[in-house]
Design a protein around this ligand. Sequence first.
Ligand SMILES: [Mg+2]
Length: 282
Amino acid sequence: MKKLVLFDLDGTLVNAGGAGRTALCKAMKELYGKTPQFEHSLISGRTDLDNFSIVYELLKKKKPTAAELKKIKNKYLDILPQEVHAVVRAKKYDVIPGAQKLLDMLVKNKEIILGLGTGNLQEGARIKLAPSKLGKYFTVGGYGEDGHTREDMLLAAVKRAEKKVKTKFTPDQVYVVGDTHRDICAAKNCGFHSAVLTNGFGDAQKIQRAAAELEMKDLKDLSTLCVWLGIKEDPKGVKRGNYIMPASAIEHVFFSRTGIDEDRLKMLRIKKYSDLESGTIM
Ligand SMILES: [Mg+2]
């Protein structure tokens, strides 16, 4: 059975040292004469289109037209390469530990199709990944221009992968790796598997509440990642399919004591997600 693994970019494959944010701020300053002020968490894990709208609204107090968005997009892409170069020169560009080894291993597995599932524009993703040379592993992807939500972007990635390998992917054949609660929530909304890196740009509390199937600091633990992907047996002898790697101790206890099945657990998580976005804690 083929599996599609979709990787987020910022904080999951590389850390581009804030080049994207700086490029966006400079683009806004050049276009509208003012630098927007905002917390990084406002834009991390969203699609670029969404970020352009949010930052435009911050400055102009109204929604951008399609023409305005296009103007911001072009200016952003003009500025981004020099910002990425500046970050590399300042030695602030990092490849996430384990990424190279993991991709090297997965690309050799005929069961696995590798894709990007990133909120970056396609061209922005290429620019940001260039210093890491990780772009060569990905033949398909979903990108920032595929919509305002991560769900749109992930679904676009799946469609492209289906076309490329001429196979239909059911949701349980799609695995999403990200670093913010938005990656997890989007994956769950589409019914996909989710893993999250806790050393990226996500908010620790929101990550915990969004409850991915797998939480890891970085990508170094290949063995656990392989169990999650179902390409290696669980050393505990538990078969994948009726066991979900617990994201929290509470979930583990709940699962193991009640023997809750995967569908019910998914419902629980969807409920958690809707509460998460509305800001109410369950
Ligand atoms: Mg990210």
